[in-house]
Design a protein around this ligand. Structure first.
Ligand code: PLP
Length: 359
């Protein structure tokens, strides 16, 4: 039996995609082998990766002057790759909205001067700071954000005014959850294990003029975006199977109606949960309402023992991975694209029952 999996990542994938992959496990499309077993230089694989790229281009409306790279190393590897590839002046502005932004900021300090131009640390990252008039150093090479904060459940509803600087965004936990205007960014990247596919793949969408040989001295060949771009993500063996699953998820999103439809579906799901949290006498959301994420919904009862009891009883009832991040406690329901609406409806019904029994 499948559970309702509210994990923040690796996370729920569309059941249809998993079934298709299972059907093709022993014999992919008449090749007599699994995608796991085939050469990344084979004709069959070439078609898989090219189709995946075209499908994400269609979904996100990615202009021709942006490259789509399928990389490894997790989102965390890009915390280093971003400064290595972009820090020409050895200076960059970081907006600190949570642990992932902070880790990227700390990593950048290894390579140059990372300047924290805004932060929401004063209120445990429960809101997005005003980024309409930031004090960005003139010579900053880029402005960096973590667009959706997986741990704290906040999301940038408006992009910062970068004052003409390149915007770099980690979108790991909101990838393909709604339409985006790619042209507003220099770099969009994310680990796929939150909303798109299996861990091990990072997708980076990078404006072509930012992909150059002019990288910091000592940049490893593999971390130089140009190496990957010049070789269509096949410089070395890519995470073949993971890319294949991502490709299936892209097809699934297309079938569901694309990113507009995903957004409507995600808004509907999130509203069910937030409306309940706003009316509940026991459970409370922890995020400033205007900055709430559609993907990650943290909440608390205000009593740690009761939180633990809730997580335990929810698990027994088939609602998995509701425990909050180990550093913040409480609960968190991650309701990514593949979480069906019934999952959220049933969770809320369960929360109501728990509230009656424990209120
Ligand atoms: C999970 C996550 C990361 C880290 O991803 P890895 O692939 O484990 O390196 C980075 N940023 C955000 C926003 C995340 O949600």
């Amino acid at each position: 039996m499948r559970v309702y999996n509210f994990s923040a990542g690796p996370a729920v994938l569309p059941e249809e995609v998993l079934k298709e992959a299972a059907d093709e496990m022993l014999d992919y499309n008449g090749t007599g082998m699994s995608v796991m077993e085939m050469s990344h230089r084979s004709k069959a694989y070439d078609e898989i990766i090219k189709t995946a790229e075209q499908d994400i281009r269609d979904l996100m409306n990615i202009p021709d002057n942006y490259k789509v790279l399928f990389l490894q190393g997790g989102a965390s590897q890009q915390f280093a790759a971003v400064p290595m590839n972009l820090m020409k002046n050895k200076k960059a502005a970081y907006i600190i909205t949570g642990q992932w932004a902070k880790k990227a900021y700390q990593e950048a300090q290894i390579y140059g001067e990372a300047v924290a131009v805004a932060s929401s640390a004063d209120k445990t990252f429960s809101y997005i700071p005003d980024c309409s008039n930031l004090d960005i150093p003139e010579d900053a090479d880029y402005v960096y954000i973590c667009e959706n904060n997986t741990i704290y459940g906040t999301k940038f509803k408006n992009l910062p005014d970068t004052k003409g600087h390149i915007l770099v965004a980690d979108v790991s936990s909101c990838f393909l959850s709604e339409p985006v205007d790619v042209t507003k960014y220099g770099v969009i990247y994310g680990g796929v294990q939150k909303n798109v596919g299996p861990a091990g793949v990072v997708i980076a969408i990078i404006r072509e003029d930012l992909i150059t040989d002019d990288v910091l001295p000592g940049t490893p060949t593999m971390l130089k975006w140009k190496t990957q771009a010049d070789n269509d993500s096949l410089y070395n063996t890519p995470p073949c199977y993971g890319i294949y699953i991502c490709g299936k998820v892209f097809k699934w999103i297309k079938k569901m109606g694309g990113l507009e439809a995903m957004k409507a579906h995600n808004e509907k799901k999130a509203k069910i949960l937030y409306d309940f949290l706003d009316s509940s006498k026991l459970f409370k959301g922890t995020v400033a309402p205007e900055d709430r994420s559609l993907m990650n919904v943290p909440f608390v009862t205000g009593n740690e023992e009761l939180d633990a009891k809730f997580v335990k009883e929810a698990k027994a009832a088939g609602f998995e991975n509701l425990k909050g991040h180990r550093t913040v406690g409480g609960m968190r329901a991650s309701i990514y694209n593949a979480m069906p609406i019934e999952g959220v409806e049933k969770l809320v019904a369960f929360m109501k029952k728990f509230e009656e029994e424990n209120g």
